[in-house]
Design a protein around this ligand. Structure first.
Ligand code: PBG
Length: 430
């Protein structure tokens, strides 16, 4: 098995296509570990190798005091100096059939022959700058583990969260998205807590901006954490999710988030027309500089299960199929993408990630806008579970899944692995 996930104990600047400018918390070059990189990873597949342009070896040729002309004359006279002979052909195992080689004009394996060649021809790169780190927050002071998402916590907004953000920045992850666990007593059918300027999210944004002014803060725009029905919109008596009335609330929510200092608001609700309405609301309040990342193709997926447990946001009845998309649909993603583009979205998002690579590629090919992929809670938990059960190599599957999302066309990836993967890319272990 030979795949070329960049997973190296070297420093970040060696990772292909990596820009180390504008970077927060890069490991200094002095922490290079050439030795261990070369000795401990060559044999194992999956790890990258640091290739030095020239090797120093002992027994270097002793320099005779000859001019260039004398050296050339010696060669012309037929006295070429000695160089190592061509090594003998390596032996094949006994019993290997002796055959005439096939006459192939193309042998693609030639370009995969060595670590150095593979590194040269790697088409896709992965960097901590591609990651957006989703973080769950709550009012408490302790961090509480999320059962269905090993390694993830509901973080206390004043303590655990700040520490987690600092850790992420330390390995080059400078973008986060916040998901609040709202006390039940503050939930209502119309989700009005969503635009309380002193609610958990706006308060947290102000705190983070105070501590880390250059942190990029994405927010989630939808009513579900604030809705007593657990739906992304207002639910009518007969169970219908009311579109325009919900959008009205979402506009208030985004303005409140923008006022607190959010950089990118991300409507994940899948109501019709919300991107245009949100753009207008932001602009009318002077927030022209705030971007909109639209959940363009968000599917009604069972992969969200662990997330809903994390936020205790399961719909109280029914499902989300009248607003989230049918997983069987492909062309419908184009309808959504055209609308979002026309309404002024800055980034188009596809969710979930890995099971929907075709949709990522579709939007990548159809739109000049940046594309985001959300590797959702269920994808994360499956990889974690497989790792815990020792059925797969968690770290390598993690890196491969992220690389595949990039290869499919995602510019940025929202992933619960952001910190773990960035540490890996920076050469840190766990
Ligand atoms: C809801 C929202 C969901 C996720 C992000 N925003 C869940 C849902 O639609 O019920 C899911 C993220 C994940 O599963 O990781 N607005």
């Amino acid at each position: 098995m030979a795949f070329t996930i960049v997973n190296t104990p070297c420093t970040v600047p060696l990772v292909k296509g990596f820009e180390n400018q504008n970077y927060v918390g890069l490991r200094p070059i002095s922490s290079l570990k050439f030795k261990s990189a070369r000795t401990s990873t060559f044999g194992r597949s999956g790890a990258l190798f640091v290739v030095r342009a020239c090797e120093r070896f002992d027994g270097s040729v002793k320099k005779a005091e000859m001019s260039i002309e004398e050296c050339e004359a010696a060669v012309v006279a037929g006295n070429a100096p000695e160089a190592p002979p061509v090594p003998p052909k390596p032996a094949a195992p006994v019993g290997t059939p002796v055959i005439q080689p096939y006459q192939l004009t193309r042998r693609p394996r030639r370009n995969r022959k060595s670590p150095a060649l593979r590194a040269s021809f790697q088409e896709t790169s992965l960097s901590p700058a591609n990651f957006v780190y989703p973080l769950f927050i709550h009012e408490g002071q302790e961090d509480t583990p999320i059962g269905a998402m090993p390694g993830c916590y509901r973080l206390g907004w004043r303590h655990g969260l700040v520490e987690e953000v600092a850790k992420a920045r330390d390995v080059g992850v400078n973008s986060i998205v916040l998901f609040p666990k709202v006390p039940d007593a503050l939930k209502s059918p119309t989700g009005d807590e969503a635009y309380n300027d002193n609610g958990l999210v706006p308060r947290t944004i102000r705190l983070l901006k105070d501590k880390f002014p250059d942190l990029v803060i994405y927010t989630d725009v939808a009513l579900d954490p604030y809705s007593s029905d657990g739906h992304d919109g207002i639910v009518r008596e007969d169970g219908v999710i009311m579109n325009d009335e919900t959008v009205h609330q979402l506009c208030k929510q985004t303005v409140s988030q923008a006022r607190a200092g959010a950089d990118v608001v991300s409507p994940s609700d899948m109501m019709d027309g919300r991107v245009g309405a949100i753009r207008a609301a932001l602009d009318s309040e002077g927030f022209h500089h705030v971007s909109i990342m639209s959940y363009t193709a968000k599917y009604a997926s069972s992969f969200y299960g662990p997330f809903r447990e994390a936020l205790d946001s399961n719909p109280r009845f029914g499902d989300k199929k009248t607003y989230q998309m049918n997983p069987a649909n492909y062309r419908e993603a184009l309808v959504e993408a055209h609308e979002d583009e026309a309404e002024g979205a800055d980034i188009l998002l596809v969710k979930p990630g890995l099971p929907y690579l075709d949709i990522i590629r579709l939007l990548r090919n159809q739109s000049p806008l940046p594309i985001a992929a959300y590797q959702v809670s269920g994808e994360y938990s499956m990889i974690k579970a497989g790792g815990v059960l020792k059925m797969i190599d968690e770290e390598r599957v993690m890196m491969e899944s992220l690389m595949c999302l990039r290869r499919a066309g995602a510019d940025i990836i929202l992933t619960y692995f952001a910190l773990q993967a960035a540490r890996c890319l920076c050469g840190e272990k766990k």
